[in-house]
Design a protein around this ligand. Structure first.
Ligand SMILES: [Zn+2]
Length: 248
């Protein structure tokens, strides 16, 4: 079986049929990440409704920029009251593509650190989003003790190597099918640190991703890494189940 460790199921329509198709195609667990208060509420409901769906709770750095401080503190309060449902905190982090001023960067950094404190206090794993911000993201993580998953990490080769050395996990998605530079960097990651994701419903080549595309990602990794598909499947699934503390 495969696990899609990072997508946004609350943004997908026709979930009943999508989950059915996931199961029939071997993707038997799907982890839905949250970005704001509304998505946290929806993901909790989905995780209650479907055995195949697990949820992460957290505030995305780009969403943080759209929120007033009061809205953010109310959302963080909701997060803390509903930790029972969360398999991890995520996705949290930094997105300097969207934070185009020092003030906006500082706002993201403040709530990234705040949410990391909650992660540590509750001994949960964390799913980190980092875009155009690899140095700062890793610097802040260096004082964090716990399990880290870097989702669709866009750092340079050196940043990848640093993350691997720290034993962070990397979830790799359909971007490897379209972006050679990203593919090359993901090939640095040993199978012991790899997981599969789709970030559905993000579009690739004009098509909205769906969770069972993780198999295509695994096939590409198998071909490029010259490792049997079965081994990629087993290792990434084992990593995912351990990381999120899930039963298969
Ligand atoms: Zn995402």
């Amino acid at each position: 079986m495969f696990v899609d460790v990072h997508c946004h199921l609350e943004m997908l329509e026709n979930l009943d049929s999508i989950i059915k198709e996931c199961v029939s195609k071997g993707t038997k667990k799907v982890v839905s990440a949250s970005v704001d208060l509304n998505s946290m509420k929806k993901n909790i409901e989905l995780s209650k409704k479907f055995n195949e769906i697990e949820c992460c709770l957290g505030l995305h750095p780009s969403n943080i920029l759209l929120m007033k401080e009061k809205e953010i503190s109310d959302s963080i309060e909701f997060l803390q009251e509903n930790l029972f449902f969360a398999k991890a905190i995520g996705e949290i982090g930094l997105d300097f593509k969207h934070a185009d001023s020092e003030e906006k960067k500082q706002k993201q950094i403040k709530f990234y650190k705040k949410q990391l404190e909650i992660v540590e206090q509750n001994n949960l794993p964390v799913v980190v989003h980092s875009r155009f911000a690899e140095k700062k993201s890793l610097e802040i993580l260096s004082s964090f003790n716990g399990k880290v998953l870097l989702h669709w990490f866009d750092g340079n080769k050196k940043a990848f190597e640093e993350g691997i050395k720290k034993n962070y996990f990397f979830s790799v998605g359909p971007a490897i099918l379209f972006n050679k530079d990203y593919l090359q960097k993901t090939l640095l990651v040993p199978p012991e640190n790899l997981m599969l994701e789709t970030d559905s419903p993000v579009e690739f080549a004009g098509k909205k991703a769906v969770p069972w595309w993780v198999k295509k990602v695994a096939e590409k990794l198998s071909e490029e890494k010259k490792i049997p598909l079965k081994e990629i499947e087993e290792k990434t699934t084992k990593n995912a189940l351990n990381f999120f503390n899930l039963n298969s």
